[in-house]
Design a protein around this ligand. Structure first.
Ligand SMILES: C[C@@](CO)(OP(=O)(O)O)[C@H](O)COP(=O)(O)OP(=O)(O)OC[C@H]1O[C@@H](n2ccc(N)nc2=O)[C@H](O)[C@@H]1O
Ligand SMILES: Nc1ncnc2c1ncn2[C@@H]1O[C@H](COP(=O)(O)OP(=O)(O)O)[C@@H](O)[C@H]1O
Length: 299
């Protein structure tokens, strides 16, 4: 088996995101529910005859050497070499990107997680899910979640994950047209850093009945993002006419949940032309898991 084509790297939404403290190294301690949705980048992998990791497509603004996909594959290649005493073959990777960067949708982290799952399979490297999560964490706090691959209550900086039942619904997502750099949000002096820690029982019932009702909690990063990036505030204000509109992650994207696809379609049709907007359905499980199990992506 030399190729895995059409591998999805789905986006995530943070249904809520609370900042409850800070680690000694300055990283912020979070509590969040991560939800996968069915809007995705698409990756293609082909084994090479040499040992190089080569990105074969351009990603505007992201040189190949900095791409989380390339960095993740090199980490796994080195780990393989440590375990087996030789390097596995190199990989050509092609990326079709549709997820906006600096969107809070975790696109780069999801690309990296899909690459780790695909390469672990192609190389028969044999790392467990937990081992892949530990390998990916230093590259990005969202990577462990994508490898975990189920709706999750996340704690720490995102590395402590517990599966929860997410809502079965449709989301309308607005891209406000700005890229929000995560460091700018976390370094803001006025960021809320002392939200009270919650326990799962506090929010599980409101998640199950979410739909158009107000969801649980809030996004503590939103006030700062709205202040620094006014288009975020405008998109939240517009979408809030239809329900509980929130920002995901450190922004910039804004979302609102709906019970039916029809409602979501209606709202997307009304979004002002200055913003890109789309609907997406909640995904209970990462699509790579069943694809790899059924070997449906193998060509
Ligand atoms: C906020 C979240 C929520 O899902 O997502 P995104 O908006 O990126 O999707 C993540 O925790 C984003 O984590 P991660 O993707 O690792 O953040 P990076 O861009 O590497 O972090 C940039 C900088 O933000 C600060 N940072 C980041 C995460 C965190 N929990 N505390 C922090 O203080 C650190 O100073 C770090 O150097
Ligand atoms: N494959 C990749 N796709 C997107 N961004 C990447 C990738 N590799 C590295 N990056 C870097 O990560 C940054 C954050 O991108 P992304 O994960 O898409 O947004 P967010 O963390 O806001 O959800 C980008 O601005 C880019 O510099």
């Amino acid at each position: 088996m030399r190729s895995l084509h059409h591998c999805p790297a789905p986006a995530k939404l943070n249904l809520f995101l609370h900042v409850i403290g800070r680690r000694a190294d300055g990283y912020h301690l979070l509590q969040s529910v991560f939800q996968l949705i069915d809007r995705a980048d698409t990756l293609h992998f082909d084994l090479r005859d040499d040992e190089r990791i080569v990105r074969t497509t351009e990603v505007p603004g992201v040189p190949a050497e900095q791409d989380l996909i390339v960095r993740a594959l090199r980490l796994l290649q080195a780990e393989y070499a440590r375990r087996h005493g030789r390097l596995p073959p190199g990989i050509d990777v092609a990326v079709e990107k549709i997820l906006p960067m600096g969107g809070g949708l975790g696109g780069g982290s999801s690309d990296a997680a899909t690459a780790l799952m695909a390469a672990n399979h192609l190389w028969r490297a044999g790392l467990s899910q937990q081992e892949l999560m530990e390998l990916g964490l230093p590259l990005g706090a969202d990577i462990p979640f994508f490898l975990f691959g189920e709706t999750a209550f996340a704690e720490g900086v995102g590395e402590h994950l517990q599966a929860v039942q997410g809502p079965d619904c449709w989301y309308v997502v607005i891209e406000p047209g700005v890229a929000v750099p995560t460091p700018a949000i976390f370094s803001a002096p006025d960021l809320t850093r002392d939200s009270k820690a919650v326990i799962i029982a506090d929010f599980s019932s409101s998640l199950i009945s979410v739909a158009k009702e107000a969801g649980f909690g809030r996004n503590d990063l939103q006030d700062v993002a709205e202040r620094l990036f006014p288009p975020v505030a405008e998109a939240v204000a517009w979408l809030a006419r239809y329900g509980d509109a929130r920002m995901t992650g450190s922004g910039a994207c804004v979302f609102c949940a709906f019970t039916s696809e029809r409602e979501a379609n209606q709202v997307v049709a009304e979004v002002p032309g200055r913003w890109r907007a789309w609907k997406a359905q909640s995904l209970p499980r990462h699509p790579m898991k069943s694809l790899l199990q059924n070997q449906a992506v193998i060509e």
